[in-house]
Design a protein around this ligand. Structure first.
Ligand code: ZN
Length: 187
């Protein structure tokens, strides 16, 4: 299990807000620390939170990184330390990748351009597969590819919508593969 999953599964939202000394009412609402308010509109669930005022939402890791202004790896390690979660000292590939990426300065322009191109690539690929998914022809490679990949693509599209930065950090290799595939199909 990677450190992210480990932390998410072992730290409850309840223990997290207690750790930060934040008050939660009986309905599990608290004053949102992320926007100005007088009535509590941030609701905590077992392992996540949602603010009905500013729409900020996420896991215990997200809460921590917003609250302490850290990046995802810092926040995760912070929680592992505070809640005594033994983590393998050797970084997993995914963690190392995130760390490398966050060290490298990514200019906003490069990032924005990448996001735009990625949307083009993914949506083009999606359209191709979508059309082929109605051929119901097992001899058609693209029909088979569509059956295998459309659900996965939905998931990636949601991810890209919800957290472009994390998507950028974790999926560049995958996007390259898709991009090559789209190019080969357009030939
Ligand atoms: Zn809020």
């Amino acid at each position: 299990m990677d450190i992210f999953t480990e932390v998410k599964e072992n730290v409850s939202m309840d223990s997290l807000v207690r750790h930060f000394n934040l008050k939660v009412n009986r309905q599990n609402f608290m004053i949102c620390p992320f926007h100005n308010e007088d009535t509590a509109s941030l609701k905590i669930y077992e392992n996540s939170f949602y603010c009905f005022g500013c729409q900020r939402a996420g896991t215990v890791i997200d809460f921590t990184l917003y609250y302490l202004d850290m990046d995802i790896l810092q926040a995760t390690k912070y929680l592992a330390k505070v809640f005594n979660i033994a983590i393998n000292e050797k970084l997993t590939i995914r963690e190392k990748y995130i760390q490398d990426i966050s060290k490298r300065k990514t200019s906003d322009k490069v990032f924005e351009k990448w996001i735009k191109n990625t949307w083009d690539t993914i949506l083009t690929y999606y359209r191709i597969l979508y059309h082929n998914s109605f051929t119901y022809d097992l001899e058609n490679d693209l029909y088979v590819e569509a059956i295998h990949n459309l659900t996965k693509l939905d998931y990636y599209i949601d991810w890209l919508k919800e957290d472009p930065l994390e998507f950028y950090k974790l999926n560049r290799k995958w996007v390259k593969t898709i991009d090559r595939r789209v190019h080969s199909l357009n030939k």
